[in-house]
Design a binder for this molecule. Structure first.
Ligand SMILES: Cc1ncc(COP(=O)(O)O)c(C=O)c1O
Length: 345
């Protein structure tokens, strides 16, 4: 952080967000539960899990928090159709089509199969069941897909529609507000249990991580936000997330600013590429399911939990630490990953 500013209370942070349009979509606050059996299995410190897989709207996840702000912006712009896209097993798109249905907006999805096969299972099945206009494409995730979405939105505009399009530049700072607020929610819930966390872990390479990082700075929390990237982007992720954090602070009217050095994001748990199941994510899924009855997903939360487990084993998380793991959702993907998860791929 470049400069010290007076810390805000969770209430004050929430108050700063009331200047932005918001629609209520998520079941909030999500539960925060202690993982006592899991921690014991690892002989690790106290670990809590923030159940953002329980945000509601067709199996929940982090994007339902994002969408409270993004959809409000779409409504403000009087959009009648959303143009969204990501991998074929996108949790984002599944939660977004559900939000569109709830708000009466059409939804066109552009889903790329470069990330996974396009069997109609998991998230893709849910997209169809919810009636999204699904277009399966072969396009690299990142700038190529972003440009395709903008081009498709422009076609709809020319045809007289009012599209609201996933646009990385304008969308992420808006979405990140929701995770600055999630940070406030976590701090309040921990305080209510009279526990002080020392580290928060989450799968993130975009708005979720940027929101958590700026939330930490605004609240003046001294612990670590440890972000585990599920994907490698063709840009400097830490610098990019710091930039998104700063735009989020601007939206909130707050003075805190971050630099690249303030973002603790690692890419060593992705495996060969985005979307592959790694031995670490498979182990994490097994351990959490079998000790806590909670399912992680192989692409995001499994890899983030693999990082937390590695940190316990290496001593980076010591006996005096208290970790909070944010379960960002993604579990419908397990049905599409049956072969990989059962060792038959
Ligand atoms: C389950 C899950 N966790 C984490 C993420 C990462 O979120 P973000 O891109 O906002 O960092 C995603 C993104 O799609 C996701 O689906």
């Amino acid at each position: 952080m470049t400069k010290e500013h007076a810390a805000l209370t969770p209430e004050q942070l929430r108050a700063s967000a009331t200047r932005l349009p918001r629609v209520s979509l998520a079941h909030l606050p999500t539960p925060l539960e202690e993982m006592t059996r899991f921690a014991k299995r690892l002989e690790g410190p106290r670990i809590f899990i923030k159940r953002d897989d329980c945000t509601g709207l067709v199996f929940g996840g982090n994007k339902t928090r994002h969408n409270e702000f993004l959809m409000a912006e779409a409504l403000r712009q009087k959009a009648d159709v959303l143009v969204w896209g990501a991998g074929v097993q996108s949790n984002n798109c599944r939660q977004t089509v559900a939000a569109c249905n709830k708000l009466g907006i059409d939804c066109h999805l552009y889903l790329t199969r470069v990330a996974h096969n396009d069997d109609v299972q998991g998230n893709l099945l849910l997209d169809h069941l919810m009636g999204a206009k699904v277009h399966v494409v072969d396009c690299a995730m990142g700038p190529d897909l972003d440009n395709l979405l903008l081009a498709e939105a422009e076609k709809l505009r020319q045809a007289g529609r009012k599209p609201f399009c996933w646009d990385r530049i304008t969308g992420r700072p808006i979405a990140a507000v929701s995770y600055a607020l999630c940070m406030a929610e976590i701090m309040e819930q921990m305080r209510a249990q009279d526990v002080t966390p020392t580290a928060v872990y989450a799968s993130a390479a975009g708005a979720t991580g940027a929101g958590l990082a700026i939330g930490k700075a605004v609240l003046g929390w001294k612990g670590s936000v440890r972000l585990i990237a599920p994907i490698r982007w063709p840009w400097d992720t830490a610098a990019d997330m710091a930039e998104v954090s700063n735009q989020t602070a601007t939206l909130l009217g707050l003075p805190q600013r971050l630099s690249k050095a303030d973002i603790d994001v690692r890419d060593d748990f992705i495996g060969a590429s985005y979307g592959v199941v790694t031995p670490g994510s498979r182990e994490a899924m097994d351990l959490v399911a079998r000790s806590e009855g909670i399912l992680l997903d192989p692409v995001y939360t499994g890899k983030a939990m693999a990082a937390l487990i590695a940190d316990i084993r290496s001593g980076r998380l010591g006996p005096k630490d208290v970790a909070v793991f944010i379960h960002t959702g993604g579990t419908p993907a397990v049905f599409a990953y049956r072969d990989e998860l059962m060792g038959q791929a």
